[in-house]
Design a protein around this ligand. Sequence first.
Ligand code: SF4
Length: 644
Amino acid sequence: MTSDIFGWTGQILRVDLDNAAISEMDTMPYARRFLGGRGIATRIYWEEVSPEIKAFDPENRLIFMSGALVATGAQGATRMSVIGKSPMTDPEGFCYGNLGGFFPSYLKKAGFDGIVVSGRSDRPVYILVEDGKARIEAADDLWGKGTYAVKEALAEKHGKTVRFVAAGPAGENKCRSAVVITDHEGSATGGFGAVMGAKNLKAIAVLGTGRPAVASREKLTEFNKHVIHMSKRGTLRMPVSKKQMEFVKTASCFQCAMECGRGLYRTPEGREEVRKCQAMVMYMPYAQRHPGQGIDISLDVTALCNNYGLCTLEIQNLLLWLEGCYHAGVVTDEQAGLEFRNIGTYEFAERLISMIALRKGFGDVLAEGIIRAGRSLGDAAEARFSEFTKAVGMDGMYAPREYTLSALLYAMEPRQPIAQLHDISHLIARWLLHRIRPHLSPTTAEVFRKAAVKFWKNQNAWDMTTFDGKAEATRYVQDRTYAKDSLGLCDFGWPIMDSFNTEDHTGDPTLENRLFSIVTGIDVDEAALNGYGERIFNLQRAILLREGWRPSEDDAPAAFNFEEPLLFDMLNPELIVPGPTDEPVSVKGNTLDRGDFEQMRRQYYEMRGWDPDTGLQKKEVFERLGMPGVYGELESQNLVKQAD
Ligand code: SF4
């Protein structure tokens, strides 16, 4: 690691599987403008993945990039972005995933900020990275194995300290919703497990014993104490009865001591599993249909997905859609090779998941992903798509007709922007928690309001029943999240918007920039850090436009938000949101007004410095952000607003 660089290791590994060539490139020319993680990966994608390249072409890049703060000891700095041309989006296009746990930190401990994989090996391989060196190893004995067996095999070969990312059998078989799985039950969606499979890349294993230098280790130790203290604000966990599943303890990622719902859970029989969020509960509603059956089989169904390397969100969406198709007579037991009356049992899930991952029978249709499968089955099947159906993620979660601040966040991204949505949903969840159990959350209506002003920079942003102030708030959420993803900070820990341990119970939006300065020695304030986010966001916008994004149609949330009244949210059964006063407002039956949305979008384009009529970026934006080359390429394709 280069001694005069703090935070970054200074090296990115390149592995070309076409000719087994391994090389290194300097991180810093990228880091100066794009920080790391999502920022650097997006820039490399811009430079190297042209629109004609398909997801499964050898020319596609698979870019794993950790952030500037990862492995430094900074709290909640554990994550990496996974970026490439996605087989899961429809049509195939730029997409991103994100994973945490231990692999990103150990990659940096091994001396690399990230890995760019290109080409295709002519036989199964894995990449082994070990303290500044890398080599390509045969993976014939790993091919066909589930990810739990891969973990054991790698530990046997390289010792128990080995960390990894891998593709399961679903990735090998190029199932479009195959994820990249990492140890500690983490994964990145976007179909990048299938891209690994297309490259004949089974895994990347890493052994690292170093650590990145920090500008002031002493200051970081003190600051970490402050961050941990501030992070006490009420743990958000999925609502599960204690009789059915007991939370044992937090299952932390590398060196993280922030308050977090990522937990070790114990079943009534004493089995223990690490789970978090949607992946924990995906099968519970179905399991509950069978009297006498424990809902803990949901843990096992998640393990099935993880072992085969399939996206749990996609499987949850598929279950909803397939069952609808079955009841409408669009799909039959015989056609599917399934017994739909058994949905909710472990056996049903095992059969469904294995037939998709191995592309057996009807599973071959489903392995194309829900959107393409629906299309191939015809109009009646497509008509059964639900409000949750989305190529990557779920449209119905934290949907704009429930929280108006979600509208532009959904509208501007090629997938469900979950890290941005967490900015809103975590604060609302703690506001809801305070209402029923005040001792478990500090977030009163007043705290919510003050936090919204501090973090969303508009005094009307907290009222989720109107569009007032949402264009401005959107810009702040986006810029901060892009910067956060580029530093490797976790969206379960960051930002700290509310706290039991501050006088007014609000958090501090300057913590991230102060942390960055302590680690790297580069002085930035909140606005400057958000400025990096703005640059990366505009670069992603340029990529989307280059790949055929049409602002007038694509800059919008899903149509159901405008057409179908809101009736249900499992996480907010009363459908209440913060309104104009301290009293909560029910948004049951709500739809979005298209005219109001379009007016807000126009206001947002103007705030971004884009053309308000077309949503195209202007030359001044690229000049201000120091990306003249990006402007030049877009201009040559008539994808920027020409000067009047
Ligand atoms: S906040 Fe939770 S999920 Fe995030 S890095 Fe820390 S332990 Fe992991």
